[in-house]
Design a protein around this ligand. Structure first.
Ligand code: ADP
Ligand code: MG
Ligand code: MG
Length: 888
């Protein structure tokens, strides 16, 4: 039988799977000799058993009994003992941190008898009843599922009766009264009395923590953060220490460096005479941690010392929760802290310079997603004239967000679903606001510090957040935000929030490139760009040196090609030609489709050819010396014709006066109409059915290449045939293409070698890749279509229709269009790569679906041994970084 309970002295930081992050790190700190209140951890395995079977595993109770007995004897107190009670907290803690998403109950062990013992031992009746009312409140909310507002309202009423606005103004009598009121609420709402048996309290709390794994907000958070659904949470039973024992006590949170910038210094919040929950919830205003130095110098010094120990031990920035009980410091939690993208890059390089980590590790400490965040636009300072600045709050999570103000999570979700950009405005957020935070472009709160719920969660999500903007009055019920000077913002009014400076503006502020984009653009050098840009430069260089995959771009214009090149692309992996058939050229496409005979068709093609040639010349110039993969036309031709209904209406209105050309056009539209265009006449099929179409495109490519060569350039064309399912299709097109290439070489006197290859985007192509490779010099995996055809999903139809349900059901953890489905689509890619290489050693292999810019998919491509990934120009740096990280 597995062991389900570990004492804090038995675990360590590497046991996160089993003990959860909190438990593993409490154990690590215990074994480092830091002051952690003793306790033990119930494993995630016990939780998984409970969630699956609805009962705790047999043997768990005995193990808990044994560990509790050991805890009691080491503390010299018994749980809930009427004369001198041991109290414990029952705390959730999963493998991945899910701040505030699951439950914790403090002060377990109090009842009408033991509260007297606690009061006597502490010599403080007020403290004892404060602790007791907190227990009933948390227990009621968490274990018995009672609406927390009921308790909050009762506290408000008690404060009003006492004539105070502060929790601290309540007397022992008031709190005793609240205990009675709270018990009444429990009886009314839960239909049972508050359990006075300490052990029953503990067991019920343990189950409630298990159950909180499946709380709605926890599910939503996991989906957002891509945390697997089936891990379960551990439960930590931790002996209580008290921050609410008077002014020489308190509780706080801290970071070993600034989580927003990475700067070293003192970052945290402290609250005197309070228990832990009060700080994170942003309910009462905290003081900056630096003030602890004057409040309690000894504890402050000890805290700084411990923070240094932790940083050196974890070799990373840590965040911590601590409590001071009558001048004695206790550590209640630590973990490698969540940080902003900018801080991640800076901290990695700082730790590298300090010699705590090496360059490989530094590159592993940052991610492509974080780099992508650094490439988001910023507000343009130069264009702030005339813009009203409402206030400056705390810069909790960087970025520039613009949207209409909304005051509830529900409205944020509603309006976002209608495609509106919203800024969620709250006094403070709590875990129930998660859906609104996900839906919003940014979050603005008037209360709470950099460690408040809003700040922590927003940073984790990479969402722009300004918090603690205390000059703003947020009235959620009225749906208004009032700024100094009396400016009132209502739902529908646009606000702009700057998470980098903390500024809040009325109206829409224009944006500009971020410094990191300016750096990639070559407008800002690594030397002049400050610490962040220098860090990015350094880690990118290391990633490039390590990478085996090269990165190309999907680009259809010379401008995009040039940008991609500046961003580090080593060629074009996908140049789509269909946009070259739009605009003024539509006319010519119509002519092509309506052609009654070969001569008319050829005339249309002849007119298109020089236009295409020009397009290609520009792209070859921009990518001089690097490969450019050009995909011959792919979409069904009717996409270039007018809409059926529009045209029919036009004809009907014109009656007899209708243009005969329109009649022919209508016929053509009807003829070409398809039930399922995705699987219809497109790709290579078009090339085989419309004589001369592909030949024209190949000629344009070859002539453009010849022109460039004559002008002294070094064009490297690669001709890509889409939607091939059988080698015979490719052979037929290839023969035609080779003839055109030879013709052009002869006509121009310039021989430009061009590779001819194909996309692998149909399961049949993947499964017969060995045959197809006989006729293909390269494969490019078109994983968008390959995902559609493997799953049988039409992307445009399924995403809105049922993907969220599929995500709920855990059928997939993330959309297969976002991250390549390794098991299905990935298997086809593996087969095709292997068989392709076997048939033609040295065949070039790449991927050009949108997955090419997705970090996880880049790692997959590395593992399968592809030669390159291709993605949109703006994702190129992301893919470069991930290609390097994959190789380290
Ligand atoms: P979360 O994961 O939401 O942070 P925690 O389990 O850390 O939940 O607990 C919530 C708050 O209660 C924290 O501030 C924590 O420091 C405090 N806390 C938890 N256990 C104890 C304890 N044994 N003594 C004092 N404070 C505690
Ligand atoms: Mg905590
Ligand atoms: Mg395709």
């Amino acid at each position: 039988m597995p062991k389900f309970v570990y004492d804090f002295t038995e675990g360590n930081k590497d046991l996160k799977d089993l003990l959860g992050g909190k438990g593993a790190n409490l154990a690590e700190m215990t074994n480092l000799g830091l002051p952690v209140p003793p306790g033990f951890t119930i494993t995630t395995e016990a939780c998984r058993h409970y969630l699956e079977h609805g009962t705790v595993p047999s043997g768990l109770q005995d193990e808990i009994d044994a560990h509790l007995a050991a805890l009691e004897s080491s503390m010299g107190k018994r749980l809930g003992d009427p004369s001198d009670p041991l109290l414990v907290s029952v705390r959730s803690g999963a493998k991945f941190s899910m701040p505030g998403m699951m439950e914790t109950v403090l002060n377990i062990g109090l009842n009408d008898d033991s509260v007297l013992g606690l009061a006597a031992q502490a010599g403080d009746e007020r403290f004892a009843y404060d602790s007791y009312r907190r227990l009933i409140q948390m227990f009621g909310k968490t274990v018995l599922d009672i609406d927390g507002e009921l308790f909050e309202d009762a506290i408000e009423a008690a404060k009003k009766a006492r004539g105070t606005t502060d929790d601290a103004g309540l007397t022992a009598d008031d709190l005793r009264g609240l205990v009675a009121t709270f018990k009444g609420i429990v009886q009314d709402e839960a239909g049972r009395a508050f359990p006075s048996d300490p052990r029953e309290q503990m067991d019920l709390a343990v189950k409630a923590v298990f159950d909180s794994w499946n709380a709605e907000r926890a599910i939503l958070y996991r989906r957002q953060e891509r945390i697997p659904v089936d891990l379960g949470t551990a439960v930590n039973i931790c002996s209580m220490v008290f921050g609410n024992l008077g002014l020489d006590s308190g509780t706080g949170v801290a970071f070993t460096r600034d989580p927003a910038s990475g700067q070293q210094g003192i970052y945290g919040d402290y609250l005197q005479n309070a228990q832990g929950e009060d700080v994170v919830a942003g309910i009462r205003n905290t003081v900056p941690l630096t003030e602890l130095e004057t409040i309690d110098k000894a504890s402050y010094d000890r805290l700084l010392q411990i923070m240094e120990t932790l940083e050196n031990h974890y070799r990373d920035m840590c965040d911590i929760e601590f409590t001071i009980e009558r001048g004695k410091l206790w550590m209640l939690q630590t973990r490698v802290g969540k940080r902003t993208a900018a801080a991640a890059f800076r901290i990695a390089c700082q730790l590298l310079d300090q010699g705590l980590i090496d360059a490989d590790e530094a590159a592993q400490r940052v991610t492509g997603d974080q780099l992508a965040q650094l490439m988001f636009p910023r507000f343009d300072d130069a264009r702030l004239d005339g813009v009203t600045r409402l206030t400056r709050g705390m810069n909790a999570s960087p970025g520039a967000a613009v949207g209409t103000a909304v005051f509830t999570s529900e409205r944020a979700v509603e309006l976002a679903a209608q495609g509106k950009d919203v800024i969620l405005v709250r006094r403070e957020t709590n875990p129930d606001d998660l859906a609104g935070m996900v839906a919003a472009r940014g979050v603005l709160t008037s209360r709470g510090g950099k460690t408040s719920h809003a700040a922590v969660v927003a940073r984790g999500m990479g969402k722009t957040c300004v918090c603690g903007a205390e000059e703003l009055e947020v009235d959620v019920k009225a749906g208004t935000l009032t700024a100094p000077g009396g400016v009132v913002v209502r739902e529908g009014d646009v606000v702009s929030i700057d998470g980098t400076s903390g500024d809040v503006y009325l109206g829409e502020v224009p944006v500009k490139h971020s410094p990191v984009v300016q750096y990639f653009e070559g407008e800002l050098s690594a030397e002049d760009g400050g610490e962040l840009v220098a860090s990015v430069d350094r880690l990118m260089a290391h990633a490039d040196a390590a990478a085996r995959l090269s990165v190309r771009a999907n680009a259809d214009t010379p401008e995009d090609a040039a940008r991609a090149r500046r961003f580090g692309a080593r060629g074009i992996g996908l140049c789509r030609t269909e946009h070259m058939f739009l605009g003024d050229r539509r006319q010519l496409v119509e002519q092509l489709i309506l052609a009654e005979d070969g001569a008319e068709r050829q005339a249309a093609l002849d007119a298109l050819e020089p236009l295409q040639r020009e397009d290609f010349t520009g792209i070859f110039a921009a990518m001089d010396g690097l490969p450019v993969t050009i995909r011959l036309i792919d979409p069904p031709l009717h996409e270039f014709l007018p809409d059926l209904t529009d045209l029919a209406v036009k004809l009907a209105l014109a009656g007899d006066a209708a243009d005969p050309k329109d009649r022919r056009l209508l016929e053509a539209v009807r003829r070409l109409h398809e039930q399922n265009p995705m699987l219809g006449l497109r790709g290579v099929r078009l090339g085989l059915v419309i004589p001369g179409l592909f030949a024209m495109q190949v000629r344009a490519i070859a002539e453009a290449a010849a022109d460039r060569r004559k002008a002294g350039g070094d064009p490297r064309p690669e001709i890509m045939i889409p939607l091939v399912g059988a080698v015979q299709e490719l052979e037929a097109v290839r023969e035609e293409a080779e003839k055109v290439l030879a013709d052009v070489a002869e006509e121009t006197g310039v021989d430009v070698p061009a590779l001819i290859g194909t996309m692998i985007e149909l399961p049949r192509a993947a499964l017969t890749a060995g045959q197809i490779a006989e006729a293909a010099e390269f494969f490019s995996f078109g994983t968008n279509d390959l995902t559609q055809t493997t799953w049988g999903f039409s992307r445009d139809d399924v995403e809105a229709a049922f993907f969220s349900r599929y995500l709920d059901l855990g059928i997939f953890g993330v959309s297969p269009f976002e991250t390549l489905d390794r098991d299905g689509v990935g298997r086809l890619v593996r087969i095709a790569a292997e068989e392709g290489r076997r048939a033609r050693p040295g065949i070039k292999l790449g991927i050009c679906g949108e997955h090419g810019g997705d970090p996880d998919s880049v790692h997959f491509c590395h593992e399968v041994g592809l030669d390159y990934v291709s993605c949109s120009p703006f994702r190129v740096p992301v893919a470069r970084l991930e290609a390097g990280r994959a190789a380290i």
